[in-house]
Ligand binder design. Structure first.
Ligand code: NAD
Ligand code: DAU
Length: 368
């Protein structure tokens, strides 16, 4: 048994949170973790199956909106930091039902901040000096870029365009205010698009993989020339560890892999990898179908990560070619995981999001 103070992680059964928990506990000397997760459709305790029997990990099934629960976790476990991943995270869901995003992302973050503030007031000495509240956020708070505009940096004005992005921007502002007004020792990270193991197949990369293997259309919104800046999830986790260990209090750090890709290029690369790794009679790219665009679809994201590189000496370890291959192999080797999460509720979502999107004019000639 270790006597180190634990980390309190929220949303640690989701995609990035579970990768963070697994990565952290791979180190035999790591501090224990208390993992508070509401286990929404996106939270999956099976992501953490490899930790079964590991006394350093405690999964608490509960809501960040539950003030008494959060208070009691802080009092009982006295964590040295809160790493806050929990959120509603899918832009399309936020368009079809924004309420849950405002509740979890804004009210939930507010609740955590208030509990953290109360708790911080009771600390002194080394325990107080060490305490941190790290808020995990997104590049979407900065809005959208024209093709020739410079990448988002930490001082880029916020201009969120979707209900999801607006709710995350609001939560970032709350975190900032709790530092400036109450002196809570916070850190904020704004990261670009992640990909890798355990990503729920509503997001582009795992959705395309899942549909491809099931012989279904690969839905590309609009002309497919929207740009995202992709980062392998392990690199996001290593950046968060770095910011937690070395980040300057009250600062924001942008995280990205300097890897801008059009959506159609990503989809085609996945198809090429599947042609090699799981060949069939016809090319997977034949399944690509352009469909009605996402309302208010941000055209381009790109992250300027020079601050975290310069100040904290963090750099991504994985390039996109290798990272995507690893991801495709992971999904191919973990089909029971995919089948488990693509249950009835998932099929209802697919119907809700895609049934009204008609196949649009053929963009197959577009250059990616
Ligand atoms: P996810 O949707 O896969 O996981 C979210 C987790 O939060 C789930 O386990 C869910 O059960 C939990 N959760 C939701 N509401 C909760 C509540 N009220 N109380 C407790 N737990 C709750 O999300 P993700 O992709 O892993 O994203 C994690 C964080 O990283 C989010 O804050 C997101 O905004 C941010 N982010 C994501 C990306 C990305 O590309 N996925 C990029 C940058 C930042
Ligand atoms: O930039 C960081 C953000 O990246 C995170 O904050 C969000 O939590 C995360 O979901 C992600 O948001 P995106 O909207 O960029 O991710 P998504 O995977 O939903 O879509 C990626 C791109 O692919 C986007 O331009 C929309 C497009 N797309 C998506 C789906 C689901 C399609 O063309 N077809 C689809 O079916």
């Amino acid at each position: 048994m270790t006597t180190q103070s634990p980390l309190l992680v929220t949303g640690g059964a989701g995609f990035i949170g579970s990768n963070f928990v697994l990565r952290h506990l791979r180190n035999a000397a790591a501090a224990p973790m208390v993992n508070l997760d509401a286990l929404t459709y996106a939270g999956n305790p099976h992501n953490l199956d490899s930790l079964a029997g590991d006394a350093r990990h405690t999964l608490v099934h509960g809501d960040i909106l539950d003030r008494e629960l959060v208070r009691s976790l802080l009092t009982t476990h006295r964590p040295r930091a809160i790493v806050h991943f929990a959120a509603e995270s899918h832009v399309d869901r936020s368009i079809l039902g924004p309420g849950a995003f405002l509740k979890t992302n804004i009210d939930g973050t507010f609740n955590l901040l208030e509990c953290a503030r109360e708790h911080y007031a009771t600390l002194d000495g080394a325990e107080r000096d060490a305490f941190r509240f790290l808020h995990v956020s997104t590049d979407e708070v900065y809005g959208t870029l024209q093709p020739d505009e410079p990448a988002f940096h930490e001082d880029t004005p916020f201009a969120p365009n979707s209900p999801y992005a607006a709710s995350k921007a609001a939560s970032d502002h709350l975190v900032r205010a709790w530092t400036h007004t109450y002196g809570l020792p916070t850190l904020i990270t704004n990261c670009s698009n992640n990909y890798g193991p355990f990503q729920f197949p509503e997001k582009l990369i795992p959705l395309v993989l899942s549909n491809a293997l099931n012989g279904k259309p690969l839905p590309v919104y609009g002309d497919g020339l929207q740009v995202r800046d992709w980062l392998f999830v392990e690199d996001h986790c290593s950046a968060i560890e770095t910011v937690l260990a070395k980040g300057r209090l009250g600062e924001t750090y942008n995280i990205g892999g300097n890897n801008q890709q059009t959506n159609i290029s990503v989809v085609r690369t996945i198809c090429t990898l599947l042609d090699e790794l799981r060949p069939k009679a016809t090319a997977y790219a034949d399944q690509i179908t352009y469909v009605t665009d996402r309302p208010g679809h941000d055209r381009r994201y790109a992250i300027d990560a020079r601050k975290i590189q310069r100040e904290l000496e963090w750099f991504p370890a994985q390039d996109f070619v290798n990272g995507l291959r690893l991801t495709v192999e992971w999904y191919l080797n973990n089909q029971p995981w995919v089948q488990n999460v693509t249950s009835g509720a998932y099929r209802e979502w697919m119907d809700k999001n895609y049934s009204d999107r008609t196949a649009t004019s053929d963009h197959k000639g577009v250059t990616a």
